[in-house]
Design a binder for this molecule. Sequence first.
Ligand code: CA
Length: 221
Amino acid sequence: MLLVEDDDTIADPLSKGLQREGFDIERVSSGTAAMEAPQPDVVLLDLGLPDIDGYEVCRRMRATSDVPILFLTARSDEIDRVVGLELGADDYVVKPFGFRELVARIRAVVRRRGPERRQASNGGSPLRVDGLEVDRRARRVVLGGGEIDLTPKEFDLVALLVTDPGAVFERRRIMEEVWGHPWYGPTKTLDVHVASVRKKLGDPGWIETVRGVGFRLRPSA
Ligand code: CA
């Protein structure tokens, strides 16, 4: 993990704590050093750096890498959050943050990105459940040999559910991951998309409703 933070009073205890949690930490204190560091598996990125600001570091990293990036920010206003996430950051924590919360966020980001990266490191093999095949790199869904024509959001929905067949995904989590983050609005649009995907897959049983909770992809028979 790459920790990019110029403030020693934050970086020192944070590095030690994260190491105790089993993370391998490389710490740098400028944007330039962050760009020159070896490709990490996760980046914790302070926004206020002495040379290049964190937004710019994020933008440049995103140009060449899909590494999970979490912003550490002292600026809590909404605009900054939105801008940060539009740049392709995966999440953010606002200083002063609790250590437990940060560790939970890091683990969540890594977990979310895991299947995509696993597919990438796996020579790009699509994820399969029974006759359903989801290729996240090519953004294609094939069922029984025939390609299914999905809208971008429908694809994202299926691509999320297929990462853990049989596991229930909460409505709120699906909304956050497919429609944007954070999500506080109504989730009716999710039902509309699920109905459409079921129709296109030709069998409503592919996506099971877990009443009051969310949805899951039918696990392998
Ligand atoms: Ca700083």
